[in-house]
Design a protein around this ligand. Structure first.
Ligand code: EPZ
Length: 419
């Protein structure tokens, strides 16, 4: 087990460069299964989810060459096989192997996905799409088997009852080589969906409307190789911007696409955070007093559910009362009890989180319960007086590349310790 130890309260300043988006690259890597030739991805973050996906791709016979932040993936030696359970249930995004294996072979046997405990995380909409396209699902042990019975997948019109990032991307993966046209209605509009559609179109797919709520896909016979730059990670960027506003004495966050963070930045401005925004960076300084605000998450371009946890330590420094409602995962509250251990006046009340500030957080021993909760605890530890120990930090390393090095370069007293 690994833990992070922080001696908090030190002023942080300097520059952080944001890496490629985790929630894009975890779909881009399985998407390479659909190509008949080499695909190179640039701007790939150094996170353990990428390591797990590379292990799975290599276990299936793909050749993967990694250099700096590039992955050269050769899918030509791939064999369709039941996916290894171990790595499969180490991340939620392993469900993208359903869509890409179905899209290429018309059959997939994949262990059920894992991922953070944010409450129930069904995949009924993924299955609804695959079945509409002619696949039949049976369970074999803890793995789900999808097959078309030798027929090619056929295009279908699919209405998403709930806006779902994963189901939207998975349907695209299955549809790009299906026979005929697929229409996804009530599609998710996240930037990561546009990124995956850009890769697939550069491989020869015909996808229109990615980024809107109606996506149309005309199936094609084959998809060739290409080279693709992963978009910057808007959630990593938001995490560091929140940190900079809470404790920074002048921090520049670089490699940021402002339009991916408009909803988030608007809420920081509502608090009184002063930022200088340019087209690919944000400069943030700590303000003396901030106003408490209410936050309600919603699908893109609304306030991202993934940022309601990392912004919470900043909220705790603000004057007044506020509440946070996560309309996407109402159980995404496991960080609240941990922040309360650090003298934060915060609690859950029904399906809301309520807080009162300002607070001077105190160091404590706390536990990361999921990826973004862990990030919130790191920020809280940097703000707190005294020493903070965070256990279960494997979660944090799944989604934040080089977080110890990045924070150390800003002047933090932080260490990753093997227990
Ligand atoms: C993606 O998860 C992200 N993960 C999550 O980020 C993010 O929080 C989430 O989208 C919402 O934006 C990846 O991209 C790997 P959804 P995903 O399908 O695709 C319900 C992080 O911290 N739903 O958009 O699994 C679901 O229960 C992670 O990086 C169904 O009902 O989320 C949820 O309430 C955490 N049936 C809502 O839709 C389904 O078949 C949105 O989920 C699928 C989803």
């Amino acid at each position: 087990m690994k833990k992070i130890v922080i001696n908090g309260g030190r002023p942080l300043k300097g520059e952080v460069t944001i890496n490629g988006a985790k929630n894009s690259v975890v779909a881009l890597i399985p998407a390479v299964i659909l190509a008949d030739d080499i695909v190179t991805l640039d701007g790939v973050p150094a996170i353990s989810d990428v390591d797990s996906l590379i292990d799975i791709m290599e276990a299936m016979g793909a050749k993967v060459k990694r250099s700096e932040d590039s992955l050269e993936i050769d899918p030509r030696g791939l064999k369709n096989m039941p996916m290894p359970y171990g790595k499969i249930n180490s991340l939620r995004a392993s469900y993208y192997f359903y869509g890409s294996l179905l899209g290429r072979y018309g059959e997939a046997t994949v262990g059920l996905p894992g991922g953070c405990d944010l409450g129930p995380r069904p995949i009924d909409l993924h299955l609804k799409a695959f079945e509409a396209m002619g696949a039949r699902m049976t369970m074999s042990g803890n793995a789900m088997h999808l097959a078309t019975g030798g027929q090619p997948l056929k295009g279908a019109s699919i209405y998403m009852d709930t806006v779902s990032v994963g189901a939207t991307i998975n349907t695209m993966l299955a549809a790009v080589k299906a026979k005929g046209r697929t229409i996804i209605e009530n599609a998710a509009r996240e930037p990561e969906i546009i990124d995956v559609a850009t890769l697939l179109n550069n491989m020869g797919a015909h996808i229109r409307g990615a980024g809107t709520d109606i996506i149309t896909i005309e199936g094609v016979e084959r998809l060739h190789g290409t080279r693709h730059q992963v978009i910057p990670d808007r959630i990593e960027a938001g995490t560091y911007i929140a940190l900079a506003a809470a404790i920074g004495h002048g921090i520049q966050i670089s490699n940021v696409l402002y339009e991916h963070l408009e909803g988030f930045i608007a809420k920081l401005e509502e608090m009184g955070v002063r930022m200088t925004v340019s087209e690919d960076s944000v400069f943030v300084e700590k303000q003396e007093s901030l106003r408490a605000i209410h936050i309600k998450t919603s699908p893109y371009p609304g306030f991202a559910t993934d940022l309601q946890q990392p912004i919470t330590p900043l909220l705790l420094t603000a004057e007044g009362h506020g509440k946070i409602i996560d309309t996407i995962y109402e159980k995404r509250v496991n960080h609240v009890a941990e922040l309360a251990k650090m003298a934060g006046r915060i609690a859950t009340k029904g399906d809301q989180i309520v807080y009162e500030g300002p607070n001077q957080l105190q160091g404590a021993s706390v536990k990361a319960t999921d990826l973004r909760a862990g990030a919130a605890l790191v920020i809280a530890g940097l703000m707190a007086e005294g020493r903070t120990e965070i256990t279960n930090v494997e979660f944090i390393l799944r989604g934040y590349s080089n977080i110890i090095e990045k924070l150390t370069s800003l002047g933090a007293d932080i260490q990753l310790i093997e227990e």
